[in-house]
Design a protein around this ligand. Structure first.
Ligand SMILES: [Zn+2]
Length: 423
């Protein structure tokens, strides 16, 4: 099977300049692929076409292919990785397309089958699946060149850099926040104190884990006269050192001190903004063991309470800048496409972020919500595949870019003001 790679950008490729795919080129090439009985897969500004390429090249919208390789179709796989963890563990596997979090690899089907097996699942590190046909893996939208902060609302401007930095220092200052450690519980109690002082009612939920237990912290502020629905903001509080075990240092500054401190920052920014809808903030435990906290939380919710959930924003790794232009990835599913579009609009109105979007949800606390039909979106630093420190003792503060984290929080706050409605 011949696999042909097309460059969809309107301008010459340059990693320093984020590019959207040119819509005309995308449309022409995917239509031509369909006519020719070929399959296509879009990854940002790259289009892969597999099968009958000769016919396609004759109708290829005047776009010469960038390159081609011969690979049996059954060997083509999509990898979604946290950090660079697939590439670190499987240096022997040829990478055909490297888009950081997303890789297209040439992998023996039997080996891939082993990696896909639940018993062998390499969560929290990466997932493997056959290359999806006729699918957009992710899209990219460059920032809109307008004077952004001039139009930002007062709540967006209320995101405090100092408070975020201090909270992040506190969280990364624990030797570990491993889900079953005493330090995790100390961190959870500290966050409970912060959110209680900000006027939230809190409760702690116990979550069973293989060989122990962990906790979720749930903080709620009722809306004032809305439609009875709730807007959720979530992050996992736990950290992990995958190679060296539960006792080893796991500062988890980016993964996920940044998201947990982001939840507190949003609580602070919205302190004086009583919305019409309920605002519910959740810090999960057990994420790194396989989404235990969020799966437990969702399983425990009665259907009536699920129906009342308006939207869920999950933050997991928001403070490592892995690309020249500050980038956020919004990852949802069909059920959350509207939330995703509104977040992208908020980013364009209030930040200078390049926005990547994907409807292939993977491996964080938004997934259990999506699996149960609730509109959840992950907001995560772009190109996290360039981040090779996560899940190690090296995930420390000095590698973080607080400005990126603050931009992602501004986007989220702008969305939340709208989603919460006026009291
Ligand atoms: Zn994480």
């Amino acid at each position: 099977m011949t696999v042909v790679r097309f460059d969809l950008g309107n301008t010459p490729g340059n990693d320093d300049v984020p590019r959207a795919a040119a819509p005309d080129a995308l449309q022409t090439l995917t239509a031509a692929a369909a006519d020719a009985g070929a399959a296509w897969t879009q990854l940002g500004d790259t289009l892969l076409v597999t099968g009958v390429p000769a016919q396609l090249e004759r109708t290829g919208a005047g776009r010469p292919p960038m390159d081609r390789v011969e690979v049996p179709a059954a060997r083509l796989h999509l990898v979604i990785q946290n950090g660079r963890q697939f590439q670190q563990e499987h240096t022997e596997v040829p990478v055909l397309v490297d888009k950081g979090r997303y890789l297209v690899v040439d992998l023996d089907p039997a080996e891939a089958g082993r990696l896909i097996e639940p018993s062998e699942r390499h969560l929290p590190c990466f997932g493997v699946r056959p290359l999806p046909a006729d699918t957009v893996v992710f899209e990219q939208r460059p920032p809109v060149p307008v004077p952004t902060l001039a139009v930002a609302g007062p709540r967006v401007a209320a995101v405090s850099r100092d408070a975020f930095a201090a909270d992040l220092r506190t969280l990364a200052g624990f030797r570990t926040r491993h889900s079953t450690s005493t330090e995790f519980r100390t961190a959870l109690d500290w966050a409970d104190g912060v959110l209680s002082a900000l006027g939230f009612g809190t409760r702690v939920q116990t979550v069973a884990l293989p060989g122990g237990s962990t906790q979720n912290l749930i903080a709620e502020r009722p809306g004032r006269g809305g439609d009875g629905r709730a807007v959720l903001v979530t992050a996992h509080l736990d950290s992990i050192n995958v190679r060296d075990g539960a006792e080893a240092p796991a500062p988890g500054a980016d993964d996920n001190g940044s998201g947990a401190a982001g939840v507190l920052a949003i609580a602070r920014a919205l302190q004086d903004h009583p919305g019409a809808r309920d605002l519910r903030l959740i810090l999960f435990g057990g994420e790194e063991q396989g989404l235990y906290g969020s799966r437990h939380y969702v399983a425990d919710l009665p259907q009536e309470a699920r129906d009342r959930i308006h939207s869920v924003l999950n933050m997991d790794m928001i403070a490592s800048r892995n690309s020249p232009s500050p980038t956020v990835l919004l990852e949802g599913a069909a059920v959350s496409q509207l939330v995703l579009e509104e977040l992208a609009a908020a980013a364009q109105a209030h930040t200078g972020l390049t926005v990547q979007t994907s409807l292939l949800p993977f491996n964080s606390d938004h997934v259990p919500f999506i699996d149960s039909g609730m509109p959840a979106v992950l907001t995560i630093e772009g190109a996290d595949g360039a981040n090779d420190r996560i899940h190690t003792a090296g995930d420390t503060l000095e590698h973080l870019d607080l400005d990126l984290a603050l931009e992602i929080q501004r986007m989220n706050v702008a969305y939340l003001v709208q989603a919460l409605g006026q009291a």
